[in-house]
Write a protein that binds this ligand. Structure first.
Ligand SMILES: Cc1cc2nc3c(=O)[nH]c(=O)nc-3n(C[C@H](O)[C@H](O)[C@H](O)COP(=O)(O)OP(=O)(O)OC[C@H]3O[C@@H](n4cnc5c(N)ncnc54)[C@H](O)[C@@H]3O)c2cc1C
Length: 311
C-alpha cells in the first residue's frame, strides 16, 4: 500500500467534487479526488435532468399556503412523497426549512446564491470548451409546461418576480406550444419558455469529461471509501483500509485540507467527525424515453418538474 500526498483531498467525484477539484487545481493546489466508484459522475450527477439552471433564481421553498401544505402532507403532490414512519427523523430539519422559507429569509438566501446562479452557465461553457466536449451543451432553453390554469398562474407570478432579477422568458399559449414543439401532444393551459438555461444531454458524461480534464492537468483519482477519513497530525487521511474502493488497490492519501462533496452521503463523514450539518436527503427519479418514430422534441421540457427529454 502506498501513501499519496497532496494539498487537498476532495471526497466524492460527482459534479460538485469534480468542479471543486478543477477550481482548486486552477489555484495551484495539488488535488486528489477520492471516489468509491471507479469513475466520476455515477450517482446523482448521472441521473439528473441536465438543466444548467441559470434562470432559477428562487429555490424550492416550504409552501406557506395551507391547501398546498395539506397536499404535501397527504402525499398528494407529485413533488413530494414520504413515509409517516420516517417523519420523526426529518421533522427537525423540516422545521428549519420552514423557518428558512419565511419570505424575508428566502429572499436573502436567494440573493446570496444569485451570483453563483448567474455564473453557472458561463463557468460550464468555459469548462466544456477546455474539456473538449462542446456536444454536451445545447442552447435551446427550457420549456415549463402546465396542464392547469392554476399551476400556470402560480408559475407566472414566480416568473414575474424572477424577471426583476434579469430572467428572460416568454409565456406560450397552446398554439405557441404546438408551433415550437409540433410533436408534443396533450392538453396544456400554457407554458413558460426560458431561453437562457443550458441543457446537458448526458450529465454523467459531462462529470466524466471534467474528471478526465482534471487528470490530464495532473490531478490524481483515488478509488477509496471516504468514510475512512480521519484527522491526522497536519491534516487528513483517507483510504488504505482493506482494499479501498472498487479499483481495490487500497492506497491511502493524506493532505492538509479536505473537501466533503459526497452529495447525499456527506453526513456519513460529517456526523462521524462531530459536525452537525442540517442536511436532509430526497430521492429523485428520472426516465429515459425513446422517441416515437422520428417524433422528437426540440427543447428540454418539464411538465410540472417530472422529467426531461433526452435526445
Ligand atoms: C431527478 C433529479 C433531477 C435533477 N435535475 C437537475 C437539473 O436539471 N439541474 C441541476 O442543476 N440539478 C439537478 N439535480 C440536482 C443535481 O443532480 C445535484 O445537485 C448534483 O448532481 C449533486 O452533485 P454532487 O456532486 O453533490 O453529488 P453526487 O453526484 O451524488 O456525488 C457524490 C459522489 O460521492 C461519492 N460517494 C458517496 N459515498 C462515498 C464514499 N463513502 N466513498 C467515496 N465516494 C463516495 C458518490 O459515489 C458520488 O460519486 C437533479 C437531481 C435529481 C435527483
Amino acid at each position: 500500500m502506498k501513501e499519496l500526498k497532496a494539498d487537498v483531498l476532495v471526497l466524492g467525484a460527482g459534479m460538485v467534487g469534480v468542479g471543486a477539484a478543477l477550481h482548486l487545481q486552477k489555484r495551484g493546489r495539488d488535488v486528489i479526488l477520492v471516489e468509491r466508484h471507479a469513475r466520476a459522475g455515477e450517482e446523482t450527477s448521472y441521473g439528473n435532468a441536465g438543466i444548467i439552471e441559470s434562470a432559477s433564481v428562487f429555490p424550492y421553498m416550504f409552501p406557506r399556503d395551507l391547501a398546498e401544505i395539506a397536499r404535501y402532507a397527504l402525499n398528494r403532490a407529485p413533488q413530494v412523497r414520504y413515509r409517516l414512519v420516517d417523519l420523526p427523523a426529518f421533522l427537525p430539519w423540516l422545521y428549519r426549512y420552514f423557518l428558512a422559507s419565511a419570505p424575508d429569509r428566502a429572499l436573502r438566501g436567494a440573493m446570496a446564491v444569485l451570483p453563483l446562479i448567474r455564473r453557472s452557465l458561463i463557468e460550464h461553457e468555459l469548462l466544456i470548451n477546455e474539456a473538449g466536449v462542446p456536444e454536451l451543451l445545447q442552447r435551446k432553453g427550457w420549456i415549463k409546461l402546465f396542464r392547469s390554469e392554476s399551476s400556470l398562474a402560480k408559475a407566472m407570478r414566480e416568473f414575474e418576480r424572477a424577471r426583476q432579477y434579469g430572467v428572460e422568458g416568454e409565456i406560450l399559449d397552446a398554439r405557441a406550444i404546438a408551433q415550437r414543439e409540433p410533436n408534443l401532444t396533450g392538453e396544456f393551459a400554457g407554458a413558460i419558455h426560458l431561453p437562457t438555461p443550458g441543457f446537458v444531454p448526458d450529465p454523467g458524461g459531462l462529470a466524466k469529461a471534467y474528471a478526465d480534464l482534471f487528470e490530464r492537468k495532473g490531478g490524481r483519482f483515488l478509488s477509496a471509501d471516504a468514510t475512512t477519513l480521519e484527522q491526522v497530525s497536519g491534516g487528513w487521511r483517507v483510504g488504505g483500509k482493506g482494499g479501498g474502493g472498487n479499483s481495490g488497490h487500497g492506497d491511502a492519501a493524506v493532505a492538509r485540507e479536505a473537501v466533503v462533496a459526497l452529495g447525499p452521503w456527506s453526513d456519513l463523514v460529517f456526523r462521524r467527525l462531530g459536525y452537525a450539518v442540517p442536511l436532509a436527503v430526497k430521492r429523485g427519479y428520472h426516465l429515459h424515453l425513446a422517441p416515437h418514430g422520428n417524433a422528437v422534441l426540440i427543447r428540454c421540457w418539464m411538465p410540472i418538474r417530472a422529467s426531461c427529454w433526452r435526445r
